[in-house]
Structure formats: C-alpha cells, structure tokens
Write a protein that binds this ligand. Sequence first.
Ligand code: AMP
Length: 251
Amino acid sequence: MKILVALKRVVDHNVRIRVKEDGSGVETENVRHSMNPFCKHAVEAAVQIKEQNKAKEIIAISIGPIEAKDVLLNALAMGCDRAILLKTEKEQKIEPLAVAKLLKIIVQQEKPDLVFLGKQAIDDDANQTGQMLAGLLDWPQGTFSSKIELEENRVNVTREVDFGRAKISMPIPAVITADLRLNVPRKTALPMIIKAKKKPINIMEAKDFNVDLQNRLIVERISEPPKREGGKILNNVQELANIINELEAEK
Ligand code: AMP
C-alpha cells in the first residue's frame, strides 16, 4: 500500500491575520507559516497506517513557493518517506481546481492506493480540493473523516455529519480528507527533523505540468471583520435578566 498526502503551507493559525491596506489580500510577508492543521491530521493518519505495517510508503506533496519545503520537512519528520514540491512563484495563488489537476498528474505517475488531504485549508476555507481530485480521478471519496479502517481492498471511513456519524465503505483506490477528530498529530522534535533532512524532496516547477494555472475567481476586496465591542462584567444574575428583558422589550 502506498499513500500520497497533500499538504498546504498556510499562514500559521496562531498568527493574527492583518488585511493589506489596499484590501487586495492579507499580509503574508514576514509572517509565520506552517502546515495547514487539517493536513497534519492527514499525515498522522498515514503514518499510523504505516506503523501498523499496512503501508509501505508515504509520499508527501505540496504545491507552493520554495518555502513550502519547510512543511514537507515537517511531514518527513512526522514519518513520511519522501516528498514532492511542485514549485510556484512566491505570491502565486493556485486555486483548488488547478491544485487538483496537478495532484491528479502526480497520482497517475505515483499510483498510490490512497490519497489523503485535509478537509480544508484554513487560509481560503475552500473545502474543494479533495472532492475535485476524486471527481477528476473518478475515485470514491470519504470526506471529513474521523476514523479510517482498512480492509482487504476496501477502506471504511467514519464521517461526522449533522445527524451523527455515518460510516461509509469504499473500494481502494480512494481519496480521503481528514477532520480534526481523526487523531492527535505527533509533535516533531529536533532529532526527528535532523533525520528527516536526509529524506529526498523532489522539486519540480508547477508550470511545467501543462496545467492551466490561471485563476478563475476575482477577489474584489478583503476587509477586516467588525471590531468587537468591549464586554461588561455583571454583578449578579438579576442584572443579566434585566438586560435580557430590556433587549426583549426593544424588539
Ligand atoms: P482546500 O480545498 O483549499 O480547502 O484544501 C483542502 C486540502 O487540499 C488541504 O488541506 C490540502 O490537503 C489540499 N491542498 C490544497 N491546496 C494545496 C496545495 N497548494 N498543495 C498541496 N495540497 C493542497
């Protein structure tokens, strides 16, 4: 069994996002970046499968600027065997459809049995790439997975949905996207990172893949959310009840 895991480099989730003055996007210069959190769960799932001797090789892939090598290194430190970087220009934005088309080409070259992705990237919150990739490959998809179980030539995925949990069973090969409750991603200590530096990262230019990387969406304007008004500490429940009554009376 071979698993391909797709990872996106995003602005670190602890960073306070600043919108550019001209509203054209958010500041990314000199801002800490890291692996998209949902992608960490995807890597952890793949590594756990390998630790159970159910997978022979895990390949991590990212499409992004040269700095995305860092998130690939992190994935190698977590336990992936090798990595692929499809390099883009520094500020180049690649929409989910183009990412899915590039991933499809790598899937056809590498022939993995499973492709793991995060359920969504926290920068654009698109939640599209896994679904589009499955569509382009004509493979079954298990999205928002909170549990992955392997069987002979099949994979079962538990999905957390509005009405509870849905367990679906799919033939392999399949595309699976990871939700937060899938696992607890391992932390990478320095010795793991040093060891990972010996693992191969194959760097290729995204533009050489004959995929139309032109963006389809026009982002008209990005604006800051409205400032939150300050809270007020009340002395007792009666004060709270009075405020609620006043608000009700105003309706
Ligand atoms: P999105 O559809 O953009 O919300 O992203 C969902 C998932 O697709 C991410 O968690 C990644 O696993 C994968 N993905 C999206 N963009 C990229 C990228 N540039 N490189 C590698 N994987 C990506």
